[in-house]
Design a protein around this ligand. Structure first.
Ligand SMILES: [Zn+2]
Length: 109
């Protein structure tokens, strides 16, 4: 297994672009309540390690969903372009929400 196995971790988040050109951030999370995975419609139980998928929209705004790690890896990651690893410290929700207040053309990397 290499350093980058396609999954977000404590240290690293992932960022790619979906087909609409929205930034798609994948962040490791621990469920604090019951979630339903959009990939398989199954439950993510409290305490489960999972993947938070946060979109930073090209035209501004953010929203997020909670996915099983495997579902995100199998269904979501293959659809993303320009995928790269970003230090997890740069993917806090408040940072991404601030990023969503700027249109993509004026965003910095
Ligand atoms: Zn799932």
């Amino acid at each position: 297994m290499g350093q980058f196995d396609g999954q977000p971790s404590v240290r690293w988040s992932l960022r790619g672009l979906n087909e609409e050109g929205d930034e798609t951030w994948l962040i490791r999370g621990i469920a604090r309540k019951l979630y339903h995975c959009p990939g398989c419609h199954g439950n993510i139980d409290v305490g489960d390690e999972h993947t938070i998928v946060q979109y930073v929209r090209r035209l501004g705004g953010t929203d997020h969903h909670h996915w099983h790690r495997r579902c995100a890896e199998e269904l979501l990651i293959p659809e993303l372009g320009n995928l790269r690893r970003i230090p997890a410290s740069e993917s806090s929700q408040s940072r991404l929400e601030a990023r969503g207040r700027v249109k993509s053309g004026r965003r910095r990397n």
